[in-house]
Design a protein around this ligand. Sequence first.
Ligand code: AMP
Length: 421
Amino acid sequence: MIIKPKGTYDIYGSDAKYYNYINSLFSTIAEYYNYKFIRTPIFESSELFHRTVGETSDIVSKETYDFVDRGERNVTLRPEGTAGVVRSYIENKMYGEVNQPIKLYYSGPMYRYERPQAGRYREFTQFGVEVLGSDLPIQDAEVISLAYRVLEEMGIDNITVKINTLGDAESRVNYREALVKYLEPHINNLCPDCQNRFKTNPLRILDCKADKDSDILKNAPSILDYLNEESKNRFDKVLEYLTILDVDYELDSNIVRGLDYYNHTVFELVTDMPELGNASTLGAGGRYNNLVENLGGPSTPCVGWACGVDRLMIILKELNKDSEITDNVDVYVMAVNDEERLTAARLVQDLRWSELKVEYDTLDRGLKAQFKAADRINARLLVILNSEELNKGIITVKDNLTKEEVKIDENEIIDYIISNL
Ligand code: AMP
């Protein structure tokens, strides 16, 4: 037997129900906010991720699925969605479109060679948004509140937005200096990865999964004390808008995000469910005002986030959302011989095209087994076709809740069913 690759899983049965529910709720809400759908390739040239996600990030240095294709090109399975969207924005000159800013949403599989554990896979699904072309704090707040509302609409109550700012380049240089000075005497007490980060990208140490509970990190200086006036005012405005929009937030100066391209606002959406272990971050994002330019496009301020669908599936299951995400069948049509089956085939099609969810037997089961099958899928109305009655133009309909049976003229069957559901 051939088995699935490590860190992947099949989405079927009740998982499939959650998966579709999450994606469709997200796209419905994104459309209310007037975001447009974008789909970019699952593989891109490796250079794209090296130049955007960054050489020093864990994602690119240790976790990408890289390969050389048959045309000798270096390609990478995308580890996240932003780089592809930005590449597409530049390549398709979206900055020249009349309707600005460009507000996009996406959903699809991402690939990272991580150690698989609860809520962490090698193939996983993210949905996310990116707004390209707006620099105002109100845009940061809109983007964050959109994520917050999507999670809230799924029935997850205890969501907090942990938020920080990385400031502009000047603020970050000042902060970096202070941080390096503070960390220098402690560096040998941090993990080997952090010792490397100290040389390449010291801010990243704040975000270390291994050292996150260490007092060294807890007592580190906060970027908030090193912001220049402009960066501070901008951050204050974002928080003011979040308050207006009823988004629960918490300042957390240890949030720096694992990717190289962020500046100003950075945030994570977290929940405190024990089932997620140390994978309790549901979504994350921030502002990235330099990325478009770094990739050869015009200077364009951007902000966005991505949420993990797989973790949301775990939560919805835990919250027992099953009964709300119903896949009950409206009508089960019963037939046991060829004549009845001919009527059934047409009736089932007509009912389905009346936007009803309809099932019937294709296993040649007897009537008793068909009643059981209908019960198992919670069919609401049972249409019992019977040759003798059909010859008189009559069809029996049974309400599977009240158990009442009625005889209906076959010409009125569709109308009857629609008005009795
Ligand atoms: P990131 O792109 O690392 O900021 O991650 C954003 C969100 O994607 C996280 O909060 C998770 O919900 C989800 N995510 C990231 N990596 C994984 C993974 N390996 N498996 C499942 N979900 C993930």
